[in-house]
Design a protein. Structure first.
Lengths: 206, 161
């Protein structure tokens, strides 16, 4: 009996260890409830999703200073905020590149860029990269639209901003815009995910 | 006389340009035809961009694989995902300056979602990405991150005819 108990305990322990060794490598999926985070904004203050009580959700953009694709999309991120912040879906931009590997993405460079480009939204430094890995963000830009439900935020869209990285005005599908408009109208999101091209996030060397 | 010199220089430059690597612009259907030919050739297809640092870093590994397997039925193709409008300003100068000898094409398909599922459904769209495939023998290997030194050779050795 004792032996059986011990065996069971060992098995349970192994199971726990295996599970903890194998966190979902891909991060959040559409429909998942996300965990709030606290990251330092370019103004030095910490920002969490819970800070704004009266939003309907957020347009979370993993982006950076240096990637040409992120640069090509920068004005479209600014425009999304202009369009949707007044309607309850502000943009929150997060920069997760390791500044050792990508010095142009240092906190100071982020401050400069957000100032020169007049970001009207937070530009958060994910210095530990824990938020990018929790979300499963893989490249920049990589978008996550989350809908507020009570005190929770549920993922409604993951992927690209639109389907033309070179020229937003020629894009035939504006995924983020369409998703947020559908959420605002209380409709299900027609295209809840779309692949996003971009520069891989520069992870810290393990 | 001046016109003659100008003509001479133009011809000279034209000749140099003619010998250098050109970069055809393809649509997805063209690309698919090119890498899914029903023959014995193993296609090593690397998706990259001049703006993608890890891609640029791994290009020499593809160049060296091309040389290693030059006499065998192995074909290396570098598929640039750069914007079409940067072909002459960025892509062609890059290919020339680095003296890239592998075939390079530019895939003019900015909407990934119209074609990725037909080629590599497991691909997120993040670069670099490499596919090693032979349609006739139905062999295929997907590599969704930079290749390691020697990795390409071991895959090619395993899959080539």
């Amino acid at each position: 009996m004792k032996k059986a108990n011990l065996l069971f305990a060992i098995e349970a322990l192994i199971a726990v260890v295996l599970m903890s060794m194998n966190p979902t490598p891909t991060g959040y999926k559409v429909g998942d409830v996300i965990q709030d985070f606290k990251l330092k904004n370019v103004d030095g203050k910490d920002v969490s999703l819970a800070d704004h009580k009266d939003v309907k959700g957020y347009i979370i953009a993993f982006t950076c200073n240096t990637c040409p694709v992120a640069q090509a999309y920068e004005s479209r991120i600014i425009a999304l905020n202009e369009q949707f912040a007044p309607k309850g879906y502000p943009v929150v931009a997060i920069q997760s590149n390791d500044s050792q590997r990508s010095p142009g993405d240092s906190y100071e460079s982020m401050q400069q860029r957000s100032k020169s480009r007049k970001y009207a939204f937070p530009y958060l430094h994910d210095d530990s990269q824990t938020v990018a890995s929790a979300f499963g963000a893989s490249n920049t830009p990589h978008m996550f639209v989350v809908k507020k439900e009570g005190n929770q935020y549920r993922v409604a869209y993951i992927g690209a901003i639109d389907n033309n990285q070179d020229d937003g005005s020629s894009a035939s599908k504006k995924y983020v815009e369409e998703a947020v408009n559908e959420l605002l109208a209380g409709k299900p999101v027609t295209t809840p995910s779309a692949r996003a091209i971009g520069c891989g996030i520069k992870w810290k060397n393990a | 006389m001046k016109a003659g010199i100008a003509l001479f220089i133009t011809l000279l430059l034209g000749n140099v340009a003619g010998r250098a690597q050109s970069v055809p612009v393809l649509k997805f259907d063209d690309l698919e035809q090119r890498i899914k030919r029903p023959n014995d050739t193993l296609y090593v297809v690397n998706f990259w961009a001049t703006w993608c640092a890890p891609c640029v870093k791994e290009l020499p590994l593809f160049e060296s694989a091309r040389k290693t397997y030059a006499s065998q039925k192995v074909s290396v193709l570098l598929v640039s995902m750069d914007a079409r409008k940067t072909l002459t300003s960025k892509v062609i100068p890059f290919v020339r300056n680095r003296k890239i000898g592998s075939n390079v094409v530019l895939l003019d398909e900015p909407d990934l979602n119209t074609w990725i599922d037909k080629l590599a459904p497991e691909w997120s769209g993040a670069l670099p990405m490499t596919l090693v495939l032979n349609e006739k023998r139905n062999v295929r290997q997907f590599i969704g991150k930079p290749v390691k030194d020697g990795e390409l050779e071991s895959i090619i050795n395993k899959l080539k005819h």
